[in-house]
Design a protein around this ligand. Structure first.
Ligand code: GAL
Length: 665
């Protein structure tokens, strides 16, 4: 794993570049991302290019021994482009044009904007494609950030109408598929179709689902346009995009399909305070981040990148964009880097090199203070690079091997569950999914996140938690596998058109288990329901009709937990404690040894290397028993840190027979 940093040479005097480059090397950094917001400096007026400064910046950095990742600047179209062509701007759900003055103000559907992107990316790729110092390219920056996946512009409208025309065999087919007879929503031709926005009450779920699929496809084709140009002129270079955390507004598997590596931007404290739904967790993990949030995304994006994952931006100190922005506990910057390594990251790059005293992000910490001296993260980043080098020099096998458990992730399924839920405001499909991931990880078991199209032959347990779209191919694949299958509420509850399947939920997944969901109810936060076996249920419950008895039941007679051979259907949302017992039982059943690590301790394995991370507020001892559990009961040898972990601390050990060399961290 390499370490790197995001750098903006255009923000600093040129004389400083060489000083910065040397200091980057001094901190053990070997990659540097530049250029992704520099359009106004590359093309200050239409067709007038200024590449000399960029050439000098790339040369300075690569002469210092840094590999350059060059970003395309398409997230920030400059003022002249916007003022000359305001029709490229995106439009929000209130019909408001998203104007110039920050970033990401373009509409993915604007053909004219695509032409400008094609032009600037071609200029860059033809000039720098074969530059020895540039080893990777980043397309754009964080697709969808600031709610920009969807635009309601007239360009989007006409592209959507054409998309519908290609998808459906005539307007009658579309009317039938969307159920437009309801409320007289039928169209007589494709040009009558509008966008699902501004309607008096909710717009048709089928319409919204189609528009989501269309918008996701627009991002895929926008990205591919750039990838194709870069691939043509920059042979052998990795092409990446930096995706976001807790973000499901488009199908990331589809976009990543055209990339060499999926990279993502990790802000653990920002995510906790902005997205954390649980106030207790916010308190406990305020300065460490949720113990499973980074891990979840590492595993998700490793799947998107078909095994290749980078961290393009990693939080170095307080950020500026969450509702409140605490400072990380000392040691966390190093710990987050190690957690990324544990999940197979090839690069951890920090955002950003030096805190900027002007502009929107002046309150965002960096590796350096605005005055150019080291800030707290700098020494942790240096230590991380040294640690990794030392541990890898021991020649321990650190191959990332498949986990025993797979969690199937379906972006369309997530979306379908979001589009229509009968007042189920407490149920968020992503949060529910992350909760399951978190519980399995708390039980000391690794989880792979996989798309519905993955080969799943080698898993012992396969979990479906957001596959709400009925999927015959997936059902067939699962039927043929030897794995135990665990399905959660809403599995197969909608067709691809967001309608209830004819055979009732779980739709095609009835091939796996012979039951039907005949009623769903959603529950307010204050309500918990308890089963006879004391399972606590919150948020969502389903009534099931089955040809066999349930394992458990609610007081009112609704059955709970249906099992047929190796297949389980859990027809409600258990609270965390109940989820833990349920999952522990499933792991046992398929011969996976689990060990409850408690709230804050997490352990991850890579080949013969095991690593323990303390995200909790209290010290924890990684006992020999725990160490041995993770190295197949071989005697273990601690090779980094100490087993008594303070908050924010980590240690690593191996159970292999390698020579003992102490590398205390
Ligand atoms: C990311 C973005 C960066 C920067 C950073 C601040 O979302 O890609 O450009 O804005 O957040 O945390």
């Amino acid at each position: 794993m390499k370490t790197g940093v995001c750098y903006y040479p255009e923000h600093w005097p040129e004389a400083r570049w060489v000083v910065d480059a040397a200091h980057m090397r001094n901190l053990g950094l070997s990659m540097v991302r530049i250029g992704e917001f520099a359009w106004s400096r590359l093309e200050p007026a239409a067709g007038q290019y200024q590449f000399d400064w960029l050439t000098r910046a790339i040369d300075t950095l690569s002469d210092a021994g840094l590999e350059v990742i060059l970003g395309t600047p398409t997230a920030t179209p400059p003022a002249w482009l916007i003022r000359n062509h305001p029709q490229v701007l995106a439009v929000d759900e209130n019909g408001q044009v998203r104007d110039f003055g920050s970033r990401r103000h373009y509409c993915f559907s604007s053909e004219l904007y695509r032409e400008h992107c094609e032009r600037i990316v071609t200029e860059l790729a033809t000039r720098y494609g074969r530059h020895d110092g540039i080893t990777a390219w980043q397309t754009d920056n964080e697709y969808g950030c600031h709610s920009t996946s969807i635009s309601y512009s007239s360009a989007a409208l006409s592209a959507f109408q054409k998309w519908c025309e290609r998808q459906y065999n005539g307007i009658d087919a579309l009317n039938l598929a969307w159920g437009n007879v309801f409320w007289s929503m039928e169209y007589s031709n494709f040009s009558e179709i509008g966008l699902p926005v501004g309607t008096v009450t909710e717009s048709n779920p089928a319409h919204r689902m189609a528009f989501w699929r269309f918008s996701s496809t627009q991002i895929t084709s926008f990205n591919k346009l750039q990838v194709d140009i870069i691939k043509k002129h920059a042979p052998g270079r990795d092409v990446v995009h930096n995706f976001m955390g807790n973000f499901v507004e488009f199908d990331h598997f589809e976009v990543a399909d055209d990339l060499d590596v999926a990279s993502w931007d990790n802000y653990p404290l920002g995510f906790l305070t902005r997205d954390g739904t649980n106030p207790e967790d916010q308190k406990t993990f305020l300065r460490t981040g949720h113990p499973d949030s980074s891990a979840f995304h590492h595993d998700l994006y490793r799947a998107c990148g078909k095994g290749r994952m980078w961290l393009m931006e990693q939080q170095p100190g307080p950020v500026n964009w969450a509702p409140f922005n605490p400072a990380p506990l000392p040691g966390m910057v190093r710990l987050w880097g190690w957690e990324a390594f544990a999940h197979g990251a090839e690069l951890v790059s920090y955002f950003r090199w030096r805190q900027l005293p002007f502009g929107q992000e002046q309150m965002h910490a960096a590796l350096l203070l605005p005055d150019g001296r080291d800030d707290d993260a700098a020494h942790e980043v240096k230590q991380l690079a040294e640690d990794i080098r030392k541990v890898l020099s021991l020649n321990i096998n650190v191959d990332v091997s498949p986990a025993p458990v797979a969690l199937v992730f379906d972006y369309a399924g997530d979306q379908a569950a979001r589009i229509q839920q009968p007042d189920g405001q407490n149920y968020d499909p992503l949060v529910f999914m992350q909760n399951i991931y978190s519980v399995v990880r708390q039980l000391g078991v690794r989880v792979d996140i996989v798309p519905t199209t993955a080969t799943m032959d080698d898993y012992k347990l396969i979990i479906l938690a957001n596959c709400s779209v009925s999927d015959g191919a997936l059902a067939m694949k699962l039927k043929q596998s030897n794995a135990h299958i665990l399905m959660f509420p809403r599995t197969g509850s909608k067709t691809t058109e967001c309608a209830i399947p004819d055979q009732l939920p779980p739709g095609d997944f009835q091939q796996l288990i012979d039951l039907k969901v005949t009623r769903v109810e959603t529950l307010p936060k204050a309500i918990r329901m308890t089963t006879k076996n004391n399972v606590q249920v919150v948020d969502w419950r389903e009534r099931v009709e089955a040809t066999f008895p349930a394992e458990d039941a609610f007081e009112d007679g609704w059955g709970f937990h249906f099992q047929q051979k190796q297949v389980h259907y859990i027809n409600a949302c258990p609270d965390r404690a109940s989820l833990l017992s349920l999952l522990q039982a499933r792991l046992n059943e398929c011969g996976i040894h689990s060990l409850n690590l408690g709230d804050g301790l997490r352990i991850m394995q890579r080949g013969e290397l095991s690593m323990a991370f303390n995200y909790g507020p209290d010290e924890v001892l990684v006992t020999e028993e725990i160490q041995q559990h993770f190295c197949n009961e071989n005697p273990s040898r601690v090779i980094l840190g100490q087993p008594l972990l303070q908050a924010g601390d980590l240690c690593a050990w191996t159970g292999s027979a390698t020579e003992s060399t102490s590398t205390d961290g």
